[in-house]
Design a protein around this ligand. Structure first.
Ligand code: FAD
Length: 623
């Protein structure tokens, strides 16, 4: 792509939301520009170098199923992989990768640089061009003007970013980067609902100054899990262990004594931080009776000695940070390479967005990532992908797309944000989804790749791999459904033991698979099953679908029942004042949020089932 200043879609910000948005738009063959204030930080992990975890891993798989980059990059950068909840049911099993920060960044940058229809340009965006009530482009700090029909803002923690370390404060988008103040002011002038949130990060430590013999080693899983549906173990770099350390009563006494230094407790910061990633000072105050907290000591990469001590995020003064770290067993001589800090930044109430992530107030402008009040790379990337898809769809004159809550965690995320808003940094958990058994990591491709293909996000290579897997699953399901197992067929001792003795009567192989204590691996004790080579991923899918068939059917039936109302569209200009019987409070809420469907209306806090019935009656009257 040669330099021009006219594009179809402009993405502002090269973080996790921005890179997925840019790739998703460009994959739909619209001319896309990724404008970011520093090309060196494209794909940078601002905080801990890890991808995935419970709920988050599910999002990563969904991004991958829709052709995104996050899982591919994690496979190429992951230096320790684990399956969390491995002994629990498949719905809550989740992949987590400790990443080499640099390798991750390189993988994302390479994807961006090799993507057709995508140009990369280094400039900070200071202003938006607004023409006839629509966004029409952006203006950079140098005064360069770029025109586009859609603009996606993914500027993370940079808007009015203010960093706190003890009593010192300074402007910053994250450590080492300037804040985005001009853009923040411009956005504050527009009719968006702005708020402040905060987050924090721990000090980083030089591994050469740590006595690892005093820490517990935590190796990765063997064999290492793979993140992407197209990934393979052979892509993983060298694997290394993490370690576990603990705070102790001396650490806690010190923090209590110096609490007045912390920006949060001194009253310098009154914005809300991530509930599930609290600072160490928060933990000491909130869980005062606990004598110790766990710290995961995570390597930052293969070619660096820096460590990320996960669990001691702090905004205490530097001297206190040093004393705090050195009070921990194994860290007596620790050298801090970067101080921990807290950062406050602007975010916008996501109830001002449509499900496509287009802002309601300024057509053509989309928001994705931390700017919408979320926290985490995965939440940001998932939104980025969705905003990029929809910006390009709009340019192509097509209807917007978003998944439903029963189709994807991405659907849960967007629906939660736009209907409920958030007063604290929002992170994903499996408990946020009503239909957990359907939204598993193992079937994100089966749920979403066909849609990704329709949207132009899934290339031929991914599609072929997907179809091969889907057909192999169907073939094996048919084979096990047809295969009759007679008592005499069971000659394998291990299988006989698992069956609790001799099989009493003939049955289909699939029926054996439904028994709670039998897995696909056990069935391979039957010569008729073992004779066919089956890919372990296919075997896993066949096993899960057979075992949970009853539950899945019940969930699907429930979804069908709810869907009748869920998808009922509410007209854009619906006059809520004309809906008989609604309380003025509910009327106001609906008029302010303008839900697109009856389902969305029902999830707005304070909108009662009775109000939903009144809406339904009103819609029927108008038919
Ligand atoms: P970012 O990754 O921040 O990317 C924003 C991008 O926009 C950057 O490339 C930036 O250079 C660019 N940019 C900004 N302004 C402009 C402009 N005007 N013009 C052009 N480009 C611009 N997440 C957790 O899950 N748990 C945590 O505990 C946690 N702690 C954190 C602590 C700190 C100190 C920070 C900074 C972040 C933390 N995060 C944490 C959050 C995590 O980093 C973000 O959720 C994630 O990076 C958000 O992705 P994003 O794409 O929205 O924004």
């Amino acid at each position: 792509m040669s330099n021009t200043n006219e594009f179809d879609v402009i993405i502002v910000g090269g973080g996790h939301a921005g890179t997925e948005a840019a790739l998703a738009a460009a994959r739909q063959s619209v001319r896309t520009l990724l404008l970011t204030d520093n090309i060196e930080t494209v794909g940078q992990m601002s905080c801990n170098p890890a991808i995935g975890g419970i709920g988050k891993g599910h999002l990563v798989k969904e991004i991958d199923a829709l052709g995104g980059i996050m899982a591919r990059a994690a496979d190429r950068a992951g230096i320790q992989f684990r399956t969390l909840n491995a002994r629990k049911g498949p719905a809550v099993r989740a992949t987590r990768a400790q990443a080499d920060r640099m390798l991750y960044k390189y993988a994302v940058r390479e994807a961006v640089e090799h993507q057709p229809n995508l140009a990369l340009f280094q400039q900070s965006v200071d202003d938006l061009i607004v023409t006839d009530g629509r966004v029409a482009g952006v203006v950079t700090r140098m005064g360069l003007r770029f025109a586009a029909r859609a603009v996606v803002l993914t500027v993370g923690t940079f808007l009015g970013g203010r960093i706190h370390v003890g009593t010192s404060q300074f402007g910053g988008g994250r450590a080492g980067d300037a804040p985005s103040n001009a853009l923040a002011e411009r956005l504050r002038d527009l009719p968006f609902d702005v708020g402040r949130l905060k987050t924090g990060t721990p000090p980083r430590i030089d591994g050469r100054s740590v006595d690892f013999s005093r820490l517990a080693e935590q190796p990765g899983d063997e064999p290492a899990p793979v993140f992407s549906y197209l990934g393979s173990r052979s892509e993983h770099p060298r694997q290394v262990p993490c370690h576990i350390a603990h705070t102790n009563p001396a650490t806690h006494d010190l923090i209590r004594e110096r609490l007045h230094e912390s920006a949060i407790y001194s009253g310098e910061i009154d914005s809300v931080g991530p509930r599930y990633c609290p600072s160490i000072e928060d933990k000491i105050v909130r869980f005062a009776d606990k004598a110790s907290h766990q710290i995961f000591v995570e390597p930052e990469g293969l070619n660096t000695t820096e460590l990320y001590p996960n669990g001691i995020s702090t905004s205490l003064g530097f001297d206190t940070q040093l004393a705090l770290v050195r009070s921990i067993d194994g860290f007596e001589n620790a050298h801090i390479t970067r101080p921990g800090y807290a950062i406050e930044y602007d975010y916008f109430d996501p109830r001002g967005l449509q499900a496509s992530l287009e802002t309601r107030h300024l057509p053509g402008l989309y928001f994705a990532g931390q700017i919408n009040g979320t926290t985490g790379y995965e939440e940001a990337a998932a939104q980025g992908l969705l905003a990029g898809v929809n910006a390009a769809l709009a340019v192509r004159g097509r209807e917007p797309w978003w998944p439903r809550r029963d189709q994807a965690y991405l659907g849960v995320l967007v629906d939660d944000l736009i209907t409920r808003g958030t007063l604290e940094p929002y992170r994903m958990f499996t408990s946020r989804a009503e239909h957990r058994l359907l939204l598993r990591e193992d079937n994100a491709d089966l749920r979403l790749t066909p849609t990704g293909r329709d949207l132009g996000l899934v290339d031929d290579h991914r599609w072929q791999a997907f179809e091969t897997k889907r057909e192999a699953v169907a073939r094996e399901q048919r084979r096990l459904a047809d295969l009759v197992v007679r008592p005499d067929d069971v000659t394998d001792d291990a299988l006989t033991e698992r069956l609790g003795g001799r099989l009493k009567e003939a049955c289909k192989a699939v029926e054996l698979l439904r028994r709670p204590n039998l897995g696909y691996a056990d069935l391979r004790g039957l010569p008729a099953v073992a004779e066919q080579a089956v890919d372990p991923v296919v075997a896993e899918q066949v096993e899960i679908q057979a075992k949970y068939a009853g539950y899945i059917e019940r969930q699907n039936a429930e979804i069908d029942r709810n869907r009748r109302h869920e998808d009922t569209r509410l007209p854009d200009g619906l006059d809520y004042a004309a809906v008989a019987g609604l309380s003025s409070e509910i009327r106001e809420k609906l008029a302010r949020q303008r839900p697109a469907t009856l389902g969305q209306a029902a999830r707005i806090p304070g909108v009662t089932p009775a109000a939903v019935s009144l809406l339904l009656v009103h819609l029927r009257k108008g038919e």
